[in-house]
Design a protein around this ligand. Structure first.
Ligand code: AMP
Ligand code: GLY
Length: 430
């Protein structure tokens, strides 16, 4: 039976999810809300505010949508799954993404740390503080070695983590966060944790709360400048697979982190259907959880989707119907590289509205462009509409080959002031 699918979101991650869903044998109508100028090529863009669950519900009824894929975390933290679960008419709707309780793994760092401690999942040592315990927090900081890691408990659009070398600065930042709402309500509670020195990797799991599959891992490049210099961004590129993610490391991650996480959810009676994104730090060969996200990563998804050979509609249906135990992941052995093209001024003050000329890529080729911040103006011209505008990616026999192809595509994209890192994947080349 064909499945009508609605994807929520409009960034590069949702472009890649929709692109992969569109290739399914089982796809019926495919909708993306709000989508972007690129998703129009393989899906129908619809204008639905992601916080308006009632409007989403009406759309689902009217268009006989059977599967709802939630791209970003906010609607999950806001309880979109719980909203539909409360209505018996939606019992058969396959929702990819956890309920409010499961989404707290991302929505509250204090909850996530407590969960990891309770279930003996390796993570940095920590303590949490509020305005009432500010003095204890300062004393705790004084007992730590620099650098000091301070995290706003709640969602802060990826900006809520501070890493500071100076104790006085860390104390001042703690006070700003707790007493002067530096990150709004998100910093009413602050997690202070031990600094972990190592190398980061993103691991993705799809689970039905009982069984799970591990998707291809990826590396993200968070800083704006080459050589990991300058401010943090949403992510400037990705590579999959990650050469240092060996079978031995994968086995440790599965045994010490993935299984205890799924078992922990079950023990705590937290139902969970959807993706879990493990942000890991590998320190001298040992993996630690830096953070949980309850969604896929951006721009990791753009590389990960290129390497999944399974039918994505079938994979997600298996998660919704508790059949993931029967699924075998089929992974493309080639390497995917994705390079983000950003607007001038990104990340602080991205300038939008620039016209973009895109090359025609062969439909069956190994190169792809995933739009993110793009839209069509009144004349139908594609223009930039966000900080991260698109990503150009390709598959290759190794990182070098994939890089070459991805950058060749990027070269053919015309836009005044376009910016990309030049070194995506270079650190991983032998
Ligand atoms: P998060 O928002 O939790 O992913 O943190 C943002 C970034 O801060 C991570 O991607 C890491 O690079 C860094 N980070 C977070 N926690 C730690 C830690 N305990 N030790 C070292 N770096 C960290
Ligand atoms: N690439 C990191 C994230 O999506 O949070």
């Amino acid at each position: 039976m064909k499945q009508n699918v609605l994807v929520l979101g409009g960034g590069g991650r949702e472009s890649a999810l929709a692109w992969k869903l569109a290739q399914s044998e089982r796809i019926g109508a495919l909708y993306v809300a709000p989508g972007n100028a690129g998703t129009q090529a393989y899906a129908e863009n619809v204008n639905l505010p992601l916080q308006n669950f009632a409007a989403i519900k009406d759309f689902i009824i009217e268009h006989e949508v059977g599967m709802l894929v939630v791209g970003p975390e906010q609607p999950l933290v806001d309880g979109i799954r719980d909203y539909f679960a409360a209505d018996a008419g939606f019992r058969d709707l396959c929702i990819v993404g956890p309920g409010r309780q499961g989404a707290t793994l991302e929505g509250s760092k204090d909850f996530a740390k407590d969960f990891m401690q309770r279930h003996h999942i390796p993570t940095a040592a920590y303590r949490s503080f509020t305005e009432a315990t500010l003095a204890d927090g300062k004393a705790f900081l004084a007992g730590l070695k620099p650098p000091y890691v301070l995290k706003a408990d709640g969602l802060a659009s990826g900006k809520g983590v501070l890493i500071l070398n100076d104790l006085k600065e860390a104390e001042a930042a703690l006070e700003e966060m707790l007493c002067h709402a530096k990150f709004g309500k998100a910093s009413a509670k602050v997690v202070i944790e031990e600094y972990l020195s190592g190398i980061e990797v993103s691991v993705f799991v799809l689970t039905d709360g009982q069984d799970y599959v591990i998707l291809p891992e990826a590396k993200d490049y968070k800083r704006i400048g080459d050589g990991d210099q300058g401010p943090n961004t949403g992510g400037m590129g990705s590579v999959s697979p990650v050469p240092f993610f060996t079978d031995a490391l994968r086995e440790k991650v599965e045994r010490r982190i993935v299984r205890p996480t799924i078992d922990g959810l079950r023990r705590d009676a937290i139902p969970y259907t959807g993706f879990i994104f493990l942000g890991l730090m590998v320190c001298e060969g040992e993996p630690y959880v830096i953070e949980y996200n309850v969604r896929m990563g951006d721009p990791e998804t753009q590389s990960v989707m290129m390497r999944i050979d399974n039918d994505l509609v079938e994979l997600l249906e298996a998660a919704c119907t508790h059949r993931l135990g029967d699924v075998k992941m089929q992974t493309n052995p080639l390497t995917a590289v994705q390079v983000v093209m950003a607007a001038p001024g990104y990340p602080d003050r991205p300038q939008t509205g620039a016209a973009i000329r895109l090359p025609d890529l062969p439909a069956q080729g190994d190169g792809v462009i995933f739009h993110a911040g793009t839209k069509r103006d009144m004349q139908g011209t594609v223009v930039s509409a966000g900080g991260r505008i698109l990503s150009a990616g390709a598959l290759g026999t190794d990182i070098e080959a994939a890089r070459r192809k991805a950058y060749a595509i990027l070269d053919r994209i015309e836009m005044d002031g376009k910016y990309s890192r030049k070194d995506i994947g270079l650190d991983l080349c032998k």
